[in-house]
Design a protein around this ligand. Structure first.
Ligand SMILES: *Cc1c(COP(=O)(O)O)cnc(C)c1O
Length: 396
């Protein structure tokens, strides 16, 4: 029997709940959209979100800001990045990561990845020595966590300043420890395709008081930093408030209003993502042509997208495979293309950075496919999609 095409949308997220809509309408009715526009004794929605996200994340401090990329950029600045200084980062990531490094005045140096799509720790060790970098911006790309025990040994023994990009690991854990609680600071995104959806938005967390005071000043707090929900004590600002520039990138109350109710749904949604991920993974893993990354038992992941490898596939076969899937309604992304497409690009397209030789990563990316798993897909949809992918993999 011929397989039926899939007709669902890969970019359709779930609707914003009635509770979140009511909160948004509430903000609109007051007209007080700016986070510092509050009545006496009123705690703004943005400040409430900061308190609630700090509690969820189990971090001491939290700053709500304009985007995940902005959070990474001010995190590097608040951590003391000097102009022209090297920042190590994953070779497999999305464009906002090298972009945030450049925005902060740094020079990205890429570290190779493994077939399980995590940082190659041997290459990391070598590049720490060769580049003498002080900073690692670790992108937990597509939610894959590197062995965090081994990584932290390397970080500690080399005195590295670790900043985690948790755009894809909000809610994930290594053993019992939340992703984002390993380094100096962590950056999260609330852009539409991430785990919380406010269109655009970012959250920055840390346990370090001076770091967070600087980040709050950088985010454009003027001298209103005591109106934050999870900020260090007033005294901390006394040392830094006049020597930290204001680089406006605040969150507003409308976004915070729709994020707060979503945060209460996050744990439930993680379970829903993982059911969908496993339904697809199981079918793909049964296909000899396809390699699904091995997920270590210590990793509690959030399966909001899935990746798989077809090792040794040629560029023309990869294009045929993408087209065959597309004909049947399945939208895959391919990280091996020479031309950047939509949200997908690789280090060869980032010409504003010095060319870097990454043979291991290139070999992996040439056979790497990627697919979103929106929660609007049912489990039956997921099985249907996986069947199509397997069928197309057999044809090629
Ligand atoms: C989306 C994303 C970001 C940045 O988030 P924005 O809020 O869009 O700036 C950073 N890193 C990764 C891996 C992402 O996917």
């Amino acid at each position: 029997m011929k397989i039926q095409p899939f007709t669902g949308s890969f970019t359709q997220q779930e609707a914003i709940s009635d509770t979140a809509i009511a909160a948004a309408v509430d903000v609109l009715r007051t007209g007080r959209l700016h986070r510092y526009n509050t009545h006496i004794d009123e705690v703004s929605y943005t400040a409430q979100l900061e308190r609630e996200y700090a509690d969820y994340q189990q971090s001491t401090y939290c700053l709500a800001c304009a985007s995940g990329g902005y959070a990474m950029s001010i995190a590097l600045q608040a951590a003391g990045l000097e102009p022209g200084e090297t920042v190590l980062t994953n070779s497999f990531t999305l464009a906002p990561v090298p972009g945030s490094i450049v925005n902060a005045g740094g020079l990205p140096v890429f570290v190779e990845i493994t077939h399980d799509l995590v940082l190659d720790l041997e290459d990391l060790t070598e590049k720490i020595t060769s580049s003498r970098a002080r900073f690692l911006l670790l992108s937990h790309m597509r939610g894959h966590l590197v062995d965090m025990d081994r990584l932290m040994d390397i970080v500690v023994s080399n005195d590295l300043i670790l900043i985690e990009d948790c755009a894809h690991t909000m809610g994930a854990k290594w053993k019992k420890q939340k992703s984002g609680n390993f380094g100096l600071a962590s950056c999260f995104s609330t852009q539409t395709y991430k785990h919380l959806n406010s269109g655009e938005g970012g959250l920055l967390t840390s346990d370090d008081a001076e770091f967070m005071a600087r980040a709050i000043m950088l985010s454009g707090s003027y001298m209103l930093y005591d109106r934050h929900g999870a900020a260090p004590a007033r005294e901390t600002f006394n040392y830094i408030r006049l020597d930290t520039p204001n680089c406006s990138g605040r969150m507003d109350n409308l976004r915070a209003a729709i994020l707060r109710p979503q945060l209460t749904e996050l744990e439930t949604n993680i379970k829903r993502w993982n059911e969908r991920y496993r339904a697809i993974e199981q079918r793909l893993a049964n296909c000899d042509a396809i390699r699904v990354p091995v997920r270590p038992p210590n990793e509690y992941y959030v399966g909001s997208s899935i990746q798989f490898l077809i090792m040794g596939i040629s560029a023309s076969s990869a294009r045929d495979f993408l087209n065959a899937n597309k004909q049947l309604g399945v939208e895959l992304k391919w990280f091996g293309d020479d031309e950047p497409v939509a949200f997908t690009s690789n280090h060869k397209s980032w010409l504003y950075i010095n060319k870097q030789s990454l043979p291991k990563t290139d070999a992996i990316l040439s056979g790497l496919f990627d697919m979103r798993i929106p929660l609007t897909f049912s489990l039956a949809d997921c099985e249907h999609i996986a069947k199509i992918i397997v069928e197309c993999a057999h044809q090629k």
